[in-house]
Write a protein that binds this ligand. Structure first.
Ligand SMILES: Cc1cc2nc3c(=O)[nH]c(=O)nc-3n(C[C@H](O)[C@H](O)[C@H](O)COP(=O)(O)OP(=O)(O)OC[C@H]3O[C@@H](n4cnc5c(N)ncnc54)[C@H](O)[C@@H]3O)c2cc1C
Length: 325
């Protein structure tokens, strides 16, 4: 009689390990095998409890000694070392600028195939495989790595985070990893942007995005009001960034942030290909525009033809009334 070993899945948790994007990666990881989490910071009791509810069997803090575990090139080495140590079949990360860089370094060190921005995962002949939307949302593709071990970054909002049917113990542990900072690389400064980060979800991971374009004429009050009523992140177009109305951090599109929220509301945005390339994987797209023939109106699941100032303000008021606030 042969017994098949359950694959081990390493999920590297950057930032807050219990935020939605991290729990989504864990939820997908559970479909592949036993999930072991790795963190750079020691997890709190509350963090371990939450991770246990999502089926994480072990939480390993990566100890790199004196080496700074903030540079993606170094974290990638540490993640690769952890994957080798626990013999992980798959290594999963969330999908931000930083984690994609970490994933690339980890894949390089493991000599493993890399899948970026996948929305679902499975094992194909024992190898990591996933589905992803590409070319501005015009194609859905399936891809599989050809190496025994695979690395993947999970697109935010790809799945609803689900607690495990049976909670696990999330046993704490420390894994000492031997890593070196590559020659010529030094972290000389680090600046955390204040912006609205404290009160609003991050644009790349938000479940709802309200974006305003040049149709706002620089007045983002209605956009902010609706975003706050919905608990959404605020996005914009490059033209508004060029005008200095919002910072580049808020730009959605080909040369900005790629978003795939469950709900994207674009107000006063024409829907240029450069913008659509960064939001077309969104679940439901709503457009608000005075022009019924604007490309974003034509591609939207739902459109309101009207002045955004009144439409967004009325919508925010109705949502607040509905929520009794
Ligand atoms: C190399 C390159 C890279 C680029 N990268 C990006 C990118 O990453 N992201 C990006 O967004 N753009 C990018 N662009 C710019 C892009 O091509 C468009 O110019 C830009 O997206 C248009 O922004 P907009 O929709 O805000 O403005 P516009 O195209 O001017 O559209 C404004 C819209 O507002 C509507 N409107 C006007 N008044 C109202 C009102 N009162 N109520 C409701 N609607 C109203 C109008 O009908 C119109 O549809 C890039 C361009 C280049 C050349």
């Amino acid at each position: 009689m042969t017994t098949e070993l359950t694959p081990t899945v390493l999920v590297y948790l950057d930032g807050d390990p219990t935020r939605a994007a991290a729990l989504e990666a864990i939820t997908l990881g559970r479909e592949l095998g036993d999930v072991v989490a790795a963190t750079a910071e020691p997890p709190t009791e509350a963090t371990r409890e939450t991770l246990g509810q999502y089926g994480v069997t072990r939480v390993l803090r990566l100890d790199a000694g004196e080496t700074d575990l903030r540079l993606p090139a170094v974290v990638g080495q540490a993640v690769a070392a952890a994957a080798e140590e626990i013999d992980a079949t798959a290594v999963l990360l969330t999908s931000s600028f930083v984690t994609k860089e970490i994933a690339a370094h980890a894949a390089h060190h493991l000599r493993a195939g890399l899948l970026v921005d996948v929305g679902s995962l499975h094992l194909h002949d024992g190898r990591l495989a996933g589905d992803k939307r590409v070319f501005g949302g015009t194609w859905d593709t399936s891809c599989a790595v050809t190496t025994a071990r695979g690395v993947a970054t999970v697109r935010p909002n790809a799945v609803v985070p689900e607690p495990a049917p049976r909670p696990a113990s999330a046993e704490p542990g420390v894994l000492t990893v031997s890593v070196t900072t590559p020659a010529g690389l030094e972290l000389v400064g680090r600046e955390v942007h204040e912006s609205d980060a404290d009160s609003r979800p991050s644009l790349a991971e938000a479940a709802i995005v309200v974006a305003g374009g040049r149709g706002t004429f620089g007045d983002f009050d209605p956009v902010n009001e609706l975003a706050d009523a919905l608990g959404a992140a605020v996005g914009t177009t490059r033209d508004c960034v060029d005008e200095g109305w919002l910072g580049h951090d808020a730009q959605v599109g080909q040369t900005g942030v790629t978003v795939a929220p469950r709900l994207y509301i674009g107000a006063g945005i024409s829907g240029a290909p450069h913008h659509i390339g960064g939001m077309s994987a969104s679940g439901t797209i709503v457009a608000v525009n005075i022009d019924a023939e604007a490309p974003l109106v034509e591609m939207a699941d739902f459109a309101v033809v009207g002045d955004l100032a009144s439409v967004l303000t009325d919508a925010a008021e109705a949502i607040r009334a509905h929520r009794g606030g």
